[in-house]
Design a protein around this ligand. Structure first.
Ligand SMILES: NC(=O)c1ccc[n+]([C@@H]2O[C@H](COP(=O)([O-])OP(=O)(O)OC[C@H]3O[C@@H](n4cnc5c(N)ncnc54)[C@H](OP(=O)(O)O)[C@@H]3O)[C@@H](O)[C@H]2O)c1
Length: 297
């Protein structure tokens, strides 16, 4: 039987609906959650991501502002802006769109954001809190992966989850989320990378396989067990002369082949991608509640 397709678009619409209701309740109590987004330079991909985040903010009722700096802005100027945003009570979440131009030290910039306003959950304090099992906010893409699983009826609890990829953005935080002794987590998690031996053997042992490698169609049908649940985090641009633009997006799995074998799989596009921005809204709203003590309930 062909696999169930886990639509991140549908699940994120469901989560956004819940968040919108929450924001309405907060607004009735005088609180409008606010998100400040800082972008440096004219990278078209970054500009489009930030635009999407602004549109989603509007959809759920979060107030957002985008601050755009020219590509030659100094680190000092950027740090001064972050210091100002840290103090601005309008904003409960701050994010700096990455990557930054090479002359700016990315770590210094992330570390300058007040951890309580760290909407992306990249600050070392928040990463550390997550690892010790006392999370404040959760990193957006891994949290989106967890929500897709839970809301589709494939809770990771007690399952063997294999994550291919150990980046600070995806693989490592997803590991930290799924090993928590908590409902919706509590999984046995194996993390694979380029140093992993017998990768095929390990991926075939996964009840839930997450591909976050940045390697188009890397996970083939012989790398998954029958009945597994597959979440594809990869977003890769590959050439396709049949499309108008000459390219298309593909994930890290061989979707067409896998869908004949597995129980359920996320598509690319329309899988994990839409969840990331939605979970950013989740963080902003939660940060607003924590900072003000005003809650929706
Ligand atoms: N859906 C979304 O919202 C979203 C958000 C962020 C990123 N993404 C996408 O997710 C993908 C991964 O992004 P990332 O930032 O996590 O990538 P990354 O920083 O490049 O990390 C890739 C990871 O995959 C591992 N890897 C690569 N090739 C491998 C192979 N052949 N065998 C075993 N391990 C391998 C690497 O291992 P080593 O550590 O040994 O090098 C590394 O840990 C990209 O396609 C990106 O565009 C999607």
């Amino acid at each position: 039987m062909p696999a169930k397709i886990l639509s991140g678009r549908e699940i994120s619409a469901e989560v956004r609906g819940e968040l919108k209701e929450k924001v309405e309740k907060l607004k009735a109590k005088g609180l409008t959650p606010g998100l400040a987004m800082v972008r440096v330079g004219e990278d078209p991909a970054s500009a489009s991501y930030v635009k999407q985040k602004g549109k989603t903010s509007e959809e759920v009722g979060v107030y957002s502002e985008t601050i755009v700096f020219p590509g030659d802005t100094s680190e000092e100027v950027l740090l001064a802006k972050i210091a100002e945003l840290n103090k601005d009570p309008k904003f409960h979440g701050i994010l700096v769109q990455l990557p930054l131009p090479k002359h700016i030290n990315q770590d210094r910039v992330i570390n300058a954001i007040d951890p309580i306003k760290d909407a992306d959950c990249f600050h070392p304090v928040n990463v550390g809190k997550l690892l010790i099992g006392k999370p404040y906010l959760l990193p957006c893409t891994p949290h989106g992966v967890q929500q897709i699983l839970i809301r589709s009826g494939y809770s990771p609890e007690g399952k063997h989850v294999v994550i291919c990829g150990r980046s600070n953005l995806n693989g490592k935080p997803l590991f930290a989320i799924l090993i928590q002794k908590k409902t919706g987590a509590n999984a046995t998690v194996t993390v694979c990378h380029t140093g992993t031996k017998n990768l095929h053997e390990i991926t075939r042992s996964a009840d839930i396989l997450v591909a976050a490698m940045g390697s188009p169609k890397f996970i083939k049908a012989d790398m998954v067990k029958e009945g597994a649940v597959v979440v594809d985090v990869g977003v890769n641009r590959i050439q396709d002369p049949t499309t108008k633009s000459g390219f298309r997006l593909t994930g890290d799995t061989d979707f067409e082949a896998l869908k004949e074998k597995v129980e359920a799989i996320t598509p690319v596009p329309g899988g994990v991608g839409p969840m990331t921005v939605t979970m950013l809204m989740w963080n902003t709203i939660m940060a607003a509640e924590v900072q003000t003590g005003i809650t929706a309930e």
